[in-house]
Design a protein around this ligand. Structure first.
Ligand code: ZN
Length: 178
């Protein structure tokens, strides 16, 4: 990977220079599996494969990607922000699955969050793309004071890819092909 980048930097220095660097943050891991939903579906089971697939797709499209964690390990919120700042990321995307009471299987759909206006356009783009690709319900683009959104200096978003407690979403989210 490093060798490839060096070769490309010799032949195409300008192209390499403008590659966006995107930090992908799988929202949970290690001792924190995140939310647990229908049939014991854990948030970590949903978001980690998605994070790896998103990384792969972004790399295929010419972006540089840094994951806040490459495997299922515990990671506090502050180090994620520090990593994004240290690598001087152009964009930060935290990937989560949503949950509500097990008594509310009727609640389903995708939400994308931003805090600063710099993240709003990206959040809208991600939300629209997800809705078009999946046909899931639209719960909207929202602003919230999540730690990783408030404390990052680059455009940052947090995606909730559906509800592990949702009767419609859970079967979809538990299917790796979906
Ligand atoms: Zn989460």
């Amino acid at each position: 990977e490093l060798i490839t980048e060096r070769i490309e930097s010799i032949t195409l220095p300008n192209v390499t220079d403008v590659r966006p660097l995107i930090v992908i943050d799988p929202g949970h891991g290690g001792i924190d599996p995140g939310a647990v939903g229908i049939n014991g579906l854990q948030e970590i089971q949903v978001i980690f494969p998605i994070s790896l697939r998103v990384t792969e797709l972004l790399q295929q499209h010419g972006a540089n990607v840094v994951l806040t964690r490459q495997d299922n390990r515990t990671l506090d919120l502050a180090p994620r922000v520090q990593l994004a700042e240290r690598v001087d990321a152009d964009m930060f995307v935290s990937i989560h699955a949503n949950a509500i009471s097990m008594a509310r299987p009727d609640v389903n759909g995708v939400e994308t969050y931003y805090y600063y206006s710099s993240g709003r356009e990206v959040a809208e783009f991600i939300q629209d793309s997800l809705l078009q690709a999946t046909g899931m319900r639209d719960r909207g683009v929202k602003s919230a004071r999540f730690h990783v959104l408030v404390n990052t200096s680059m455009p940052s978003t947090l995606v909730e890819v559906g509800f592990v407690t949702g009767a419609e979403d859970a079967p979809l989210l538990s299917d790796p092909l979906f």
